[in-house]
Design a binder for this molecule. Sequence first.
Ligand code: SF4
Length: 203
Amino acid sequence: MSHDPSETPEPVPATVNRRDLLRLTLRGTTGLALAGLVDVPAMRAATQQLKLSNISEFTTSCNFCSCGCGMVAAVRDGKLISLEGDYDHVVNRGSLCAKGMSMFPTHASPERLTTPRYRAAGSDRWVDITWDDALDRVAKKIKALRDDTWIATERVGDADVATNRSDAWAFMGGAQNTNEECYLFQKAARLLGTVIVEHQARL
Ligand code: SF4
C-alpha cells in the first residue's frame, strides 16, 4: 500500500471499527516510513530477533496417525510455544493435515487432561489420581490377570512343552513411538509373557 505524503490526512471516523483502525494504522506507518522516521528493515529484523530470542528448537513427529509427519517444536523457558511442520522432513516437507495443525492448540488447551483419572466401580464421576497411583493400579491388574491366565505348558504330542505365556492381554503401540521405545515395549511384553503385540496403524 502506498501513500502520498502530500495528500490531505484522512479524517478519523467518529466511530472506528477494526477495519478502519487497520487501514489508518497501515497508512500512518507507511507515511512515517516514507518520511524516513521509521527504519523498516531494522524494525523487521528486530521483530524477527525478538520472536526467536531464547528459543530452543527440537524436531519431533506428529502422534495422531501413522504417517509420522515431522514437526519442529519451539521451546522457551521450558514451555512449548509453537509446533510447526518440518520443511526438512522427508515425509511431509513442512505440511500438516488438520489433525497435525491442531496439535499445538490441543496441547495449550485449558481443557487438556494433565493427570490420570479414575472412576471407581459404580461411581458416576471421575477423580484425579497421581501417576504413581495409576501405575500401581495398572501393575496390580496386569499381575492379577497374568496369574489367573498363565499357561505354563502346552501338550504337544506326548510331551508337555514349556510355553510360559498368557493370551489374556496384549500390548499396543502407536505411531508416535520411536524405534527405541518399540524395542523396549517388545522387551516388556515378552518379559511379562504375552506374544500379542500390535500397532495402532494396523487396526
Ligand atoms: S499431520 Fe496428519 S497426516 Fe501427518 S502424522 Fe499428523 S495426523 Fe497423520
